[in-house]
Write a protein that binds this ligand. Sequence first.
Ligand code: SF4
Length: 138
Amino acid sequence: MSRPMSLASSIQAESARLAAACTGCGACVEACPMPDFLGLAPAAPPAVAAGMRAALQGAPVSPEGLAWVGACTRSGQCNAACPEALDVALMLRLAGMRLKGALGEPPRLPVPGDAGWAARVKAFARMTLTEEEQARWL
Ligand code: SF4
């Protein structure tokens, strides 16, 4: 029986798969309600979407990309707009995780300062991580 993929490997593999499937058209950004609130209206939607793709690839991310990923409110408008039928909400979530340092990289987005957050994550992680992962990360 093969070992289950680690959480980090899973995040990396899914990020790479989705980034490769994205054409960078920017339709998700156009459908999103947040760019207007962020003052991103002048930025071209494909350029903003490129920031999300870059985050999924672990590459440098533009300020517009950081702002968009960081502001996601999970409206889901992006999913309906994607001509490739990608789960853009998931892409944004994975990009956000990576930009907050989920794979051990320096955080590029602020990590919420919730005192009970770490304890809740640990409790959940103990139920889902392998013993090896728990020893390394908890
Ligand atoms: S709409 Fe889909 S294909 Fe176009 S940039 Fe967004 S995620 Fe990529």
